[in-house]
Design a protein around this ligand. Structure first.
Ligand code: NAX
Length: 331
């Protein structure tokens, strides 16, 4: 039998946490043969609720779940973890300035970075979900210099999956037959959902989405807007933000990263830019990646037309501004 993997979920008493921890305990994140020990962190006001989640995990009698640590102590939460899914953060409340929200998250991510750096297992893989996800991940990277930068990522897989879902609905095909959409840039409304390289499996072989959806107008405007604004549409409908889809996508992100992407398929991940596609280095930016042996690699050599170029630059500009804002909160 395999040794258990320790998985940290911060903000575990929240909405996404409640959807995510049973998925992890069921083997959806790391595989049906991989035992896990869950580490759940939340803050003191949520301690009782967090204990309730722990009680439910015990009650569910998950065969793969070999232990649960539920704590408000950051050091205890981070100790020995192999995977860290950072869902906890400070949400933007009505009337709050961007800078005030950023400042709260910068201080949270700065201190959690230090705890991970000192106490997590060597080679711990980190996924930041909490918004502003890219910039929280960047702060985490800056304050955990001994964690390899390749190990620090943020979630744009939900946006990627939303794009697959929209194409599948439009063409009335199985979502599992659609692949290789790309989310470029920030997990925000400036993200660029790109279908220029996406394909659909048909009885006559793989066909480009651009060929199957003859309505360019839909692809160039409505599709992009729907994916960019999907989070807001969910809030409007549910009165709460996306939770089960965020949790499921976080599992997809980690599973593909650890176990690899299928041959010929890429996924979107927010990763530390190395300057690929002329995206400024030093940003956490969403790129198309393939994964093998626990490492991601940016897909190279895709053609970028002028329309796309502008969109890639626009979202990079927003991330540079967020980075400046975050740094101004440090001083
Ligand atoms: P909730 O408010 O339900 O849960 C957040 C939890 O984090 C709360 O239990 C809170 O007590 C806890 N928390 C706050 N500060 C903490 C700290 N310093 N340490 C540990 N825990 C702390 O929010 P939820 O709906 O679960 O969303 C969580 C985060 O995910 C938000 O920042 C949200 O904006 C972000 N999202 C990111 C998405 C993505 O694709 N990257 C999509 C979904 C979601 O909107």
């Amino acid at each position: 039998a395999k040794d258990p993997v320790r998985v940290l979920v911060t903000g575990a008493a929240g909405q996404i946490g409640y959807a995510l921890v049973p998925m992890i305990a069921r083997g959806i994140m790391l595989g049906a043969d991989q035992p896990v020990i869950l580490h759940m962190l939340d803050i003191a006001p949520a301690a009782e609720a967090l204990n309730g989640v722990k009680m439910e995990l015990v009650d569910a009698a998950f065969p793969l779940l070999k232990g649960v640590v539920a704590t408000t102590d950051v050091v205890e939460a981070c100790t020995g973890v192999n995977i860290a899914v950072m869902v906890g953060g400070f949400p933007r409340k009505e009337g709050m300035e961007r800078k005030d929200v950023m400042s709260k998250n910068v201080s949270i991510y700065k201190s959690q970075a230090s705890a991970l750096e000192k106490h997590a297992a060597a080679n711990c893989k980190v996924l930041v979900v909490a918004n502003p996800a890219n910039t929280n991940a960047l702060i985490l990277k800056e304050f955990a210099p001994s964690i390899p930068e390749k190990n620090i990522t943020c979630l744009t897989r939900l946006d990627h999956n939303r794009a697959l879902g929209q194409i599948s609905e439009r063409l009335n095909v199985q979502v599992s037959d659609v692949k290789n959409v790309i989310i470029w840039g920030n997990h925000s409304s400036t993200q660029y959902p790109d279908v220029n390289h996406a394909t659909v499996k048909t009885p006559a072989g793989e066909k480009p989405v651009r060929e199957l959806v003859s309505d360019d107008q839909w692809l160039n405007s409505e599709f992009i807007a729907v994916v960019q604004q999907r989070g807001a549409a969910i809030i409007k409908a549910r009165k709460f933000s996306s939770a089960l889809s965020a949790a499921s996508s976080a599992c997809d992100h980690i599973r593909d990263w650890v176990l690899g992407t299928p041959e010929g398929t890429w996924v979107s991940m927010g990763v530390y830019s190395d300057g690929s596609y002329n995206v400024p280095s030093g940003l956490i930016y969403s790129f198309p990646v393939t994964c093998k042996n626990g490492e991601w690699c940016i897909v190279q050599g895709l053609s970028i037309d002028e329309y796309s170029r502008n969109k890639l630059d626009l979202t990079a500009k927003e991330l540079s501004e967020e980075k400046d804002l975050a740094y101004s909160c440090l001083s």
